[in-house]
Design a protein around this ligand. Structure first.
Ligand code: HEM
Ligand code: 2DC
Length: 469
């Protein structure tokens, strides 16, 4: 017989006491590890309430399948209150990230065509390839200047610039010039604001931003300043393209970028376009850059695998004879490496949906409207889901049985990551160019753990050495 909702194991009776204990365990920065502990303690399903944040948590692919079948026509994630509170406070529109219901769907349909459809992707490939080439040229310059035929560094700042340059080039059809030596201080400020925005969001998952605003708390003030910086910079970029688009006749051959295409189509209001383009620009920086940093770190730890990937890239280059899209179809192991990086170091600790209908999970009845979370980080490290989870093995993704509700790093279904294809293509091209040019090494015996600042980040700098081949 199916057991009632009230019998699910876990700590959900006293949200305030749980928040206190969570805070004592430094839970704000350890959320991912605390979730792993909870699954070990309670089993494959547990119910939890921390402050006002109430959820049912699952870890198995089979349960993920049930969850996503019950997501309904308007899939809804956890509402990140800090993000909506900022927009309400400043009177700004929500973009596709924060909209819900029919408003979300109608915007998303238009955006899908311009951002994630296979047809439009072909336009992005040459743009992203050029940024990848410029990154490699920049590294070569750094190596020359070092006078040691190598460059040892924490690449994170360079990768942030690479990621911002990449996403901007696709959105605006123009280069910002961030791969040069001197960069616009406004762009650097934008990058800093995104990191601060994520960092200040995580405490506000548990403590209502309205309350923090009332007492004038520093996290709220920092959060507002961070979004202000993000919106100001995005507004400048958007205004620039908007002005140009009104002067041009419109019969250009060249692909003009996502924003210009959205403006030409006239299917969304200017305010809706601005809101979503700002989210795309902000969502495109820390996500891909950190994933690439973790990937280089894993390649440095696995030199034989690195050579195997290099050989795959060389063969793909030779076979595709200058056709980049064709080349991207010939690098399954490189793609496996990116999936493997995101399995061990996911950007998102969990995927969540407010379910649209009643479901049965692990023989418990879950009523419609419940927030159900799939513990993505915990699932990626569960030996029952991924044999030998501690091993970085890109080749595991070449087996199709690995794909049943396991490849979920970008989410699932119509509400999945809108930037997914941009992110994947950008990261694949980056790795192609890096593997063709450099060997990546690291100091021995250095293990880097992760920390939770809304997204999962390395807890300390990752120092790598790049040597020309
Ligand atoms: C949503 C992951 C890069 C923009 C999401 C979600 C995840 C995710 C897990 C939630 C999906 C769901 O609920 O099913 C990632 C990862 C990335 C990445 C792992 C890179 C490694 C990007 C980039 C952009 C972006 C480059 C922008 C160009 C967005 C947006 C949404 C989203 C706008 C909200 C979509 C909606 O609500 O309809 N992402 N993301 N992401 N992501 Fe990404
Ligand atoms: C954080 O408990 C942990 O892709 C919470 O590019 C649940 C939660 C809800 C929404 C998730 C968030 C977590 C992590 C960061 C995500 C976000 C949805 C989109 C966002 C996964 C798992 C991200 C990084 C977007 C951000 C774009 C934005 C800043 C403009």
């Amino acid at each position: 017989v199916v057991r009632p909702f009230g019998e699910i194991p876990g700590l959900w009776k006293n949200g305030v006491a749980n928040l206190y204990n969570f805070w004592k365990q430094d839970g704000f920065r350890n959320l991912h590890r605390i979730m792993v502990q909870n699954f070990n303690k309670f089993g494959p399903i547990y119910r939890e309430k921390i402050g006002n944040y109430e959820s049912v948590n699952i870890i198995n692919p089979e349960d993920a399948a049930i969850l996503f079948k019950a997501e309904g026509h308007y899939p809804k994630r956890l509402n990140v209150e800090a993000w909506t509170a900022y927009r309400d406070y400043r009177n700004r529109k929500y973009g596709v990230l924060l909209k819900n219901g029919e408003d979300w769907r109608s915007n998303r349909v238009v955006l899908n065509k311009e951002v994630i459809s296979p047809k439009i992707m072909e336009n992005f490939v040459p743009l992203l390839d050029e940024v990848g080439q410029d990154f490699v040229a920049r590294v070569h310059r750094k190596i020359k200047r070092s006078g040691q035929n190598k460059w040892t560094t924490d690449l994170s700042q360079d990768l942030f610039k690479f990621a911002l340059e990449s996403v901007s080039s696709v959105l605006y059809g123009e280069r910002l010039g961030l791969m040069q030596d001197y960069i616009d201080p406004e762009a650097q400020h934008f990058i800093n604001c995104i990191t601060l925005m994520f960092k200040t969001t995580s405490p506000m998952l548990y403590i209502p931003p309205g309350l923090l605003r009332l007492v004038g708390a520093k996290v709220w003030r920092d959060h507002v300043a961070a979004w202000d910086g993000i919106f100001n910079q995005a507004d400048r970029c958007i205004q620039n393209i908007y002005r140009q688009s009104r002067q041009e006749t419109g019969n250009q051959q060249k692909y003009p970028g996502v924003l210009a295409r959205l403006l030409m189509q006239d299917k969304l209001s200017i305010e809706d376009i601005k809101a979503s383009v700002t989210e795309l620009m902000a969502g495109g920086v820390d996500t891909t850059s950190i994933t690439l940093l973790w990937t280089l770190y894993e390649l440095a730890r696995h030199p034989n695998l690195q050579e195997e990937l290099r050989a795959e890239v060389a063969a793909a280059r030779a076979e595709s004879q200058g056709d980049l899209t064709g080349m991207l179809k010939r690098i399954p192991l490189v793609k496996g490496a990116l999936k493997e990086t995101l399995r061990i170091h996911p950007v998102a600790v969990s995927l969540q949906r407010y379910i649209a209908e009643d479901v049965i999970l692990q023989n418990y009845h879950i009523p419609a409207g419940t927030l159900v979370q799939l513990g993505l980080y915990a699932m990626g490290r569960d030996p029952k889901v991924f044999p030998r989870p501690e091993q970085y093995q890109p080749s595991r993704w070449l087996r199709t049985e690995m794909h049943y509700f396991r490849n979920l790093s970008f989410g699932f279904g119509p509400r999945q990551c809108l930037g997914r294809r941009i992110a994947e293509t950008e990261m694949q091209l980056f790795l192609i160019h890096m593997l063709e040019n450099f060997r990546v090494e690291k100091q021995r015996h250095v293990d880097v753990q992760s920390t939770f600042e809304l997204i999962i980040l390395p807890e300390k700098p990752i120092i790598l050495t790049l040597k020309p081949l």
